[in-house]
Design a protein around this ligand. Structure first.
Ligand code: HEC
Length: 122
């Protein structure tokens, strides 16, 4: 039923927004939007913690996380078993490379992939 789907989607967005606000604080929350975006939420994490080994210069394992196109190769939108999610979850191989609040960053990446990645391309 379409109206139920819309309500579920809205509720899922609200959950993501609330979760995000509780984890990283309201200052990082984009105004008027519960959606995580690549540019605002994910790229800054990859830029600070990942691209020294996964950028144009090094590209470990063929993985380039410096562009959306490169990131797209390790993400299937909506799939919690995407490689990017697996390597950044708490027991993941790349989790120790996350700096600062690892758990929050890991959760943001997972939320973006599972709830948002299909919808946006920046
Ligand atoms: C210090 C260098 C370094 C940093 C920083 C780093 N990686 Fe890696 N990454 C590697 C190496 C080396 C491999 C290959 C590991 C292997 O094959 O055992 C790898 C592999 C990967 C893979 C492919 C795994 C596979 O099974 O094919 C992904 C995806 C990945 N890294 C994501 C990330 C993410 C996301 C970050 C930032 C949180 C990150 N990496 C930070 C060095 C790094």
């Amino acid at each position: 039923m379409p109206s139920t789907e819309a309500a579920n989607r809205a509720s899922s967005r609200a959950t993501v927004a609330a979760d995000r606000a509780s984890r990283i604080g309201p200052l990082s929350l984009a105004p008027d939007s519960g959606l995580l975006t690549f540019g605002d939420d994910i790229k800054p994490i990859l830029d600070s913690d990942c691209i020294q080994c996964h950028g144009p210069r090094l590209r470990e394992n063929g993985v380039d996380l410096s562009t959306y196109a490169g990131v797209s190769r390790v993400v299937q939108a909506g799939n919690a078993n995407s490689l990017l999610v697996l390597v950044t979850r708490s027991n993941g191989q790349m989790y120790p490379n996350l700096t600062g609040d690892r758990a929050a960053k890991s959760a943001l990446i997972r939320s973006w992939v599972v709830d948002n990645a299909a919808a946006e391309t920046r």
